[in-house]
Write a protein that binds this ligand. Structure first.
Ligand SMILES: [Ca+2]
Ligand SMILES: [Ca+2]
Ligand SMILES: [Ca+2]
Length: 271
């Protein structure tokens, strides 16, 4: 039988086709938001508008009312916490290099507190503001650490003393690391990408796993280095579904079964 060598042109075509497919593939999964769990932050000077009681198209009273400073929503997708803003979480706003994204603070006992700042400044304070946990973000490698805070933990306040109700801004030191992971950063999102939030240009950070507080009601908090906008959320972290546990157990049993069969064969071959 005469077997023909593969057509060189066909090989080139297939290679180019595969390259084109790989280049066309999205670099990250498309953003899918969960349930909006955003709550009123308790600070407003009017019922609507930039100083209103909503969170989208809103900042704190007296602050810069602009999409680039707007934090817009916390979302919960299963046990994954997500945040959306007109503010660029990674790059901030041009000419304001110190007003960066804060860390995500989590309260689980229903009690937070504030302090009185005498003057402006991003001040280090021995105060966890009543938050039990912090998700400490690193945009260098999109990683995060979760720490259990204690009363001796140090945090950093927002710059403007008038915005002290938006504290804390960032985690500094103290507490105990309990888990960590990686998160995703999304840029150039339009209104339709973020469930109709307004402002035409949005950013998102997703992938924060709340399994460390599974089954617990929580309040989440995030702000910027200036305290321009305070973002608050409220929800309950789900407990892992029994079905997941059963599947995991079945998988483990399956692996154990294969192991036993292989072992049996080994004994038979050498018996
Ligand atoms: Ca907005
Ligand atoms: Ca807002
Ligand atoms: Ca706000």
């Amino acid at each position: 039988m005469n077997i023909k060598a593969p057509n060189a042109n066909l090989i080139v075509f297939v290679c180019v086709f595969l390259l084109a497919v790989s280049l066309a593939a999205p670099s990250a999964d498309a953003l899918v938001l969960g349930t909006d769990i955003t709550t009123y932050d308790g600070s407003s000077s009017s019922s609507t508008g930039w100083y209103g009681k909503q969170e989208d198209q809103e900042v704190e009273p007296g602050c810069a009312g602009n999409q680039v400073w707007d934090l817009e929503g916390f979302f919960l997708k299963g046990s994954e916490l997500q945040a959306v803003g007109g503010f660029d979480f990674k790059n901030g706003v041009a000419n304001y290099p110190t007003y960066t994204t804060g860390d995500i603070f989590i309260d689980t006992d229903g009690s937070t507190n504030s302090i009185t700042q005498a003057s402006n400044g991003q001040t280090y304070v021995d105060n966890n503001f009543g938050y039990e946990y912090v998700i400490d973000l690193s945009f260098d490698d999109y990683s995060y650490e979760v720490l259990k805070l204690n009363p001796d933990s140090t945090t950093v306040t927002v710059y403007y003393s008038q915005n002290q109700n938006t504290n804390p801004w960032k985690y500094s030191s103290g507490g105990t690391e309990i888990t960590g992971g990686t998160f995703a950063y999304y840029a150039s999102l339009n209104d339709a990408d973020v469930d109709g939030l307004q402002g035409d240009l949005h950013y998102a950070i997703t992938g924060f796993d709340l399994d460390f507080i599974s089954g617990m009601a929580f309040t989440s908090h995030l702000t910027l280095g200036c305290g321009n906008d305070n973002l608050m959320g409220s929800g309950t972290a789900p407990v892992p579904e029994p079905a997941t546990i059963i599947l995991m157990s079945t998988g483990l049993l399956g692996i154990a079964g294969v192991g036993r069969k292989k072992l049996k064969k080994f004994h038979m071959a050498n018996g």
